[in-house]
Design a protein around this ligand. Structure first.
Ligand code: HEC
Length: 198
């Protein structure tokens, strides 16, 4: 019995390659340590501020249960506009032709502040003429949802945007109008009720 013959071709082959165990190169260790240190420092040193405009409009004080936007506290009219009005009146204040009237260039927005406040406190329904076009929709009442300071802030905001340049509305004005119109339980009936107040 002859042992299996070894062919010359087999003798010519190199041994199977093997992975050795090499130590990690020192510069990889240093680089990893540096990156880790940088990451920790970067997070520790960066001031992480979430702008309310990017999320819901509530301030941290409100989320902690403090009194919402009472008089004196700075209220962000733009944030209230973005959360309460933008769906209908649109970001540019243009409204939607035939459906939602524009606030940009609107004579109601720039007009008497008491009428404007009353309109937003109690809402409007029925034919309303804005910039020469008649709308026949329903504007919700915000009296129950927004405080005087919040209403003042959002009205001041819409009076100063998109080319509007009317005087700011104060929380006191809104409070007075709220008191004077306290008996009202229904929205204003469009032009019929609002034209005399224009
Ligand atoms: C659900 C949609 C809707 C929302 C939300 C809404 N409005 Fe209106 N708004 C209307 C409609 C519709 C009219 C017209 C009412 C009519 O035709 O009788 C109107 C009318 C108005 C008017 C008078 C007309 C004009 O264009 O100047 C003002 C001012 C106004 N809204 C301000 C606001 C403000 C401020 C907010 C946010 C606090 C707001 N609206 C939220 C639908 C809406």
């Amino acid at each position: 019995m002859k042992p299996a013959e070894i062919h010359p071709q087999q003798q010519r082959e190199n041994p199977e390659p093997q992975e050795g165990s090499n130590p990690m190169p020192w510069f990889v260790i240093v680089l990893t340590a540096l990156l880790l240190g940088f990451g920790v420092l970067y997070i520790a040193r960066s001031a992480i501020v979430n702008a309310p405009a990017l999320g819901d409009g509530r301030s941290s004080a409100e989320l902690l249960g403090a009194a919402p936007a009472s008089a004196g506290a700075a209220v962000d009219g733009a944030a209230i506009y973005a959360s309460r009005c933008v769906a209908c009146h649109q970001a540019g204040g243009t409204g939607l032709p035939g459906v939602f009237p524009p606030l940009a260039g609107s004579e109601w927005v720039a007009g008497k502040e008491t009428t404007l406040a009353a309109l937003v406190l109690h809402g409007v329904s029925g034919a309303l003429t804005v910039k020469g076009s008649t709308y026949n929709g329903a504007m919700p009442a915000f009296g129950a949802q927004l405080q005087d300071a919040e209403l003042a802030a959002v009205l001041t905001h819409v009076r100063s945007q998109w080319g509007n340049a009317a005087a700011p509305v104060t929380a006191d004005t809104v409070a007075t109008v709220r008191k004077e119109t306290a008996a009202r339980t229904e929205p204003f009936k469009g032009d019929a009720e609002l034209m005399p107040l224009k």
